[in-house]
Design a protein around this ligand. Structure first.
Ligand code: SF4
Length: 315
């Protein structure tokens, strides 16, 4: 698979673009995830023509449409930043991004819970950075996260899983837009979707079953919308355990009583928090190879992202 293209706040790559002339280098993003992705760096404040170093700024006013103000000299940067952000979001379309990683808490780049100050100077964590808001409105289905939330193993696993799914989806469209392609994609992603939300799993199953009723373009748009909404929902140990049991059922004829017992015990230990997900998954992968289970062999759920990232060792 060619590298996945992700937008990223430039300071996270170690570029000295912060207001104080420094950076916010994140080693996991550059050294580990960076092996699988190609980053497109974006610094909205430098991009819209502000110097480095520069005066610190923050958001003020109504959290749903705040102003971007410099703190000491009270300059209003709102128009300048908004105009630049709209132009930049349109420009990024050509880059085929599969996601964006934002710098948390920034009045320009923070994707949620950014401080917005009221007329009394009291902050409320209710805002979205000005560029991040424009970007999210322009690309509503694209996976986005910030580096702070990516320290949470569950959110990290979820985000990285989503960018890999998005990339596979992009590649599929490049190949050919057809109903057959969608059916194929859905079949391979069934258990992954089920681990996030049984309700969307059913909805998508019925959409694919009625594929002939929709023009191909509409089918793709509908499917993609539900898919990305589904994957945003957290996969919990209970939902994973349900998928693991489902997979165990696929080996009904092959597993010996001892193998069944061992797998059941591992699934239960995972569900109750004594083992990470990678343990029962590794055993199932072993059985898939041993018994050549054709349906499970194709399931993205068993290998949603590179093993080297060790994401399932911590969830
Ligand atoms: S948080 Fe955003 S605006 Fe601030 S330095 Fe980083 S990339 Fe630039």
């Amino acid at each position: 698979m060619e590298k996945i293209r992700l937008g990223i706040s430039s300071c996270l790559l170690g570029e000295n673009v912060r207001y104080d002339g420094g950076h916010s280098h994140d080693r996991f993003l550059t050294d580990t995830l960076g092996q699988y992705v190609e980053y497109i760096p974006v610094c909205p404040e430098v991009g819209c023509g502000l110097p480095v170093p520069r005066e610190a700024m923050h958001l003020e006013g109504d959290p749903s449409s705040p102003h971007l103000m410099t703190i000491r000299t009270r300059q209003d940067i709102t128009e300048r930043m908004l105009n630049w952000s709209i132009k930049k979001a349109a420009e990024l379309e050509k880059d085929d991004l599969c996601g964006f990683i934002f710098k948390s808490n920034s009045p320009s780049s923070g994707m949620e819970r950014v401080k917005v100050y009221d007329e009394n100077g009291v902050p409320a964590k209710k805002g979205v950075g000005m560029f991040a808001r424009v970007f999210k409105e322009h690309f509503p289905l694209l996976p986005v996260e910030d580096e702070g939330r990516l320290n949470d193993p569950v959110l990290r696993d979820n985000f990285i899983e989503r960018i890999f799914v998005f990339k596979r989806w992009r590649d599929l469209l490049k190949e050919k837009e057809s109903r057959g392609n969608i059916t194929n994609f859905h079949t391979r992603h069934k258990l992954l979707i089920l681990s996030h939300t049984p309700a969307h799993y059913r909805l998508m199953g019925s959409l694919v079953a009625k594929a002939k009723e929709f023009p191909v373009k509409e089918l793709h748009a509908r499917y993609k919308g539900i898919l990305m909404e589904a994957l945003r929902l957290k996969a919990t140990p209970k939902k994973h355990a349900n998928v693991l049991m489902h997979m165990m059922g696929c080996f009904k004829q092959q597993l010996t009583p001892g193998e069944k017992q061992e797998l059941l015990e591992l699934i239960d230990k995972y569900r109750t928090g004594f083992l990470p997900l990678v343990v029962p998954i590794t055993l199932i992968n072993h059985y898939v190879k041993k018994y050549e289970q054709p349906y499970l062999k194709e399931q993205v759920y068993l290998n949603p992202h590179p093993l080297e990232l060790q994401l399932r060792n911590h969830v």
